[in-house]
Design a protein around this ligand. Structure first.
Ligand code: PLP
Length: 432
């Protein structure tokens, strides 16, 4: 048989990783082989769906050009909306660089659809930290949904972290919007798979067929071969500096789903009556197209980094979520660090292994929207972009590091090894 592999690869020098860490890394990578093959299959299916949407919607060279001013008749913007709608399985989409973050896109969706006297019910327990102020769970008088007379209730997850379908059926009865957070966010409960989301949709619509199911899709895009709209959700929302922007889109967010609802969200983002027809794309169109085009492959690299992280940390005796063999619903691996020193050392090590700002030392700080101090390691091309290798953690018990991203597996893998070396150097890791 012909030699198809590189027979004598050169060994990269200079990272100064302890031999024992390198050996465990080899073992971890070996253990991930089957999962990597499955990740590649999913990437192919999603990559094909993206390519088909580009072709079907006649994406052209002209679409790459931006507009200034009001942005009337922006071909690139309008075509990108159609491409996203097709990829995500919706009737329409609103993809804009002018969403300042995922939280902003989610806020436009909530305020776009809900009216005074309506009720919002979260089906997946407490929502992501930054939404507490938006909903009005934390802080009053700031213009939250509560201030405008929108009621809120939540269905707690069962002790094993799965949704309480019977309680969803009950609480959906008098609600206008049912809210699902796909990703684990800053919690140790599992991320929900698209099939799991389908069950929640069925339970909520079983008692209230008119209920609008909205899914916070952050960190979930392209993890599986289908998205929540394919499972019966009405609206999904995400950030372009996470999965669907592939580290290429510079900022922004998207909302996709039922066209009447997308229009209401657009009325909230711009203004009533104008909606989607205004909003210039400046020079962002090409980056958003390229981001979506690369996203299935980049998410695959992030997933491989996630699987590798879970495996190597488990081999070293740390408890990780998702646990081995569990199906992934997002790109996050949570690693229980046992104490504050280990958590900080790990995050500082991830920063050291980043392509950008490797020489910077992250420290815990009071980040807007969060109620405990947060440490964030993110040596990324786009500030705060967490499809790029990043580790962040609220400094609270149980000192879990939430690790996500990795534009390429080679850099993601080495980033994690450098973090382990940092822990070892700071006496937070024992090697045998
Ligand atoms: C990232 C994220 C958001 C939005 O956060 P931003 O930092 O505002 O983009 C919301 N929900 C979840 C689950 C997230 O991961």
């Amino acid at each position: 048989m012909a030699e198809i592999f590189d027979p004598k690869p050169i060994v990269n020098k200079g990272f100064e990783i302890d031999e024992r860490i390198l050996n465990i890394a080899d073992k971890a990578e070996e253990n991930c082989a089957a999962e990597f093959a499955s990740i590649d299959r999913t990437a192919r299916i999603n990559g094909e769906r993206v390519l088909k949407a580009f072709i079907d919607n006649k994406v052209s060279a002209a679409c790459m050009n931006g507009t200034a001013g009001y942005g009337y008749g922006d071909l690139g913007r309008d075509t990108l909306d159609a491409v996203y709608a097709q990829v995500m399985g919706g009737e329409d989409a609103l993809v804009r660089h002018s969403f300042v973050s995922g939280t902003h896109a989610l806020t436009c969706a909530l305020f776009g659809v809900l009216r005074s006297g309506d009720k919002l019910v979260s089906l997946t327990g407490a929502p992501y930290d930054t939404l507490e102020e938006v909903i009005g769970i934390r802080g009053k008088g700031n213009g939250s949904l509560a201030d405008f007379g929108v009621g809120y209730d939540q269905v707690e997850l069962l002790p094993d972290g799965t949704p309480d379908l019977a309680e969803i059926f009950n609480k959906a009865k008098d609600a206008k919007v049912a809210y699902i957070q796909r990703s684990r966010g800053y919690s140790l409960r599992p991320a929900f798979t698209v099939d799991g989301i389908a069950e929640m949709v069925k339970a909520a619509k079983g008692s209230n067929p008119d209920i609008i199911v909205m899914v916070d899709n952050c960190y979930g895009e392209f993890v599986e071969s289908k998205e929540p709209l394919h499972a019966g959700a009405d609206l999904i929302i995400g950030s372009l500096i996470k999965n669907p922007g592939a580290g290429i889109a510079e900022t922004g967010g998207y909302i996709a789903g039922r066209s009447d609802l997308v229009e209401q969200c657009a009325y909230r983002l711009t203004c009533v009556g104008m909606g989607k027809e205004v909003g210039c794309s400046l020079n962002q169109n090409k980056l958003m197209y390229q981001g979506l085009f690369f996203a299935p492959e980049v998410v695959a690299n992030a997933l491989k980094t996630a699987a590798f992280t879970g495996e190597i940390m488990s081999l070293l005796g740390f408890k990780c979520f998702p646990e081995k063999g569990a199906k992934r619903g997002d790109i996050i691996t949570a690693v229980l660090m046992k104490d504050k020193e280990s958590l900080i050392a790990f995050c500082q090590g991830i920063q050291k292994g980043s392509p950008v700002d490797s020489f910077v030392i992250p420290e815990p700080w009071d980040m807007p929207g969060y109620d405990s101090q947060v440490i964030m390691a993110a040596g990324s091309f786009n500030t705060g972009s967490s499809i790029e290798l990043s580790a962040d953690a609220p400094l609270r018990d149980p000192f879990a590091a939430y690790v996500q991203g990795g534009l390429t597996f080679s850099a993601g893998r080495m980033g994690v090894l450098i973090a382990l070396q940092e822990m070892f150097d700071k006496h937070c890791l024992k090697l045998f």
